[in-house]
Design a protein around this ligand. Structure first.
Ligand code: E4P
Length: 217
């Protein structure tokens, strides 16, 4: 399962990329706003730091507008993945660019029917938002199970990119189901490393090692 970082914060991306565990990045207009950075500048910096797919979202909501913006967005770097919303115009743009062999991530997916449409439109990635479904009392992970079954039934090449993840359990459940990618806020990726028994066990080993008076290097 691939790990993407869901952020436009360069410091977090640089720090976590150093672990060698980051396969890509997803951004959206809200994350760009939060970063306080220029869209093109920050996206280019992210593309230079991470060789994998970097999702950059269109702002237009009509097909012609998306196509016009895409020309500038794809120009940012080779590893740009155009992010379009799950609307009729968005899927039309997805089909247009997928047919040209470009990477497209279809975002704001909240149903299996929508995921099926995105796969038929040739999306490289479909982004179901599990956290936002949980927030309104629906089972976000059930949607991932349904999409996995549908994509396997028809051998769709579209990768399931679990988005709107909020905690480590979303990540473990995604791996159990066999999702292709999870996109994680930096905080959630950091949480995955932690276990209290690791921390207390390491503290004991460090203390005992000091008592031996030995040195390895
Ligand atoms: C995915 O690509 C989106 O950027 C993101 O996961 C949305 O997460 P949120 O629901 O926490 O805003």
């Amino acid at each position: 399962m691939k790990f993407f970082l869901d952020t436009a914060e360069i410091d977090d991306i640089r720090e976590l990329a150093a672990t060698g565990l980051v396969d890509g990045v997803t951004t959206n207009p809200s994350l760009i706003l939060k970063s306080g950075r220029d869209y093109f500048e920050v996206t280019k910096e992210i593309c230079d730091l991470i060789p994998g797919p970097v999702s950059a979202e269109v702002a237009a909501t009509d097909y012609e507008g998306m196509v016009a913006e895409a020309a500038k967005i794809y120009d940012i770097a080779e590893n740009i993945c155009l992010k379009v919303p799950l609307t009729i115009d968005g899927l039309r743009a997805c089909k247009h660019f997928s047919d040209q062999g470009r990477m497209v991530n279809v975002t704001l997916c909240f149903s299996a029917a929508q995921a099926l449409l995105a796969a038929k439109a040739g999306a490289s990635f479909i982004s179901p938002f599990v956290g936002r479904l949980d927030d309104i009392g629906f089972d976000g992970m059930q949607l991932i199970e349904d999409i996995r079954m549908i994509f396997d039934n028809y051998e769709f090449g579209t990768e399931i990119l679990v988005a709107s993840t909020r905690h480590p359990i979303h990540i473990i459940d995604s791996a159990r189901i066999g999702a292709d990618v999870v996109t994680l806020p930096p905080k959630v990726l950091r949480q995955l490393f932690n276990h209290p028994l690791t921390a207390s066990g390491l503290a004991a080993f460090v203390a005992d090692w000091e008592k031996t008076g030995q040195s390895i290097v």
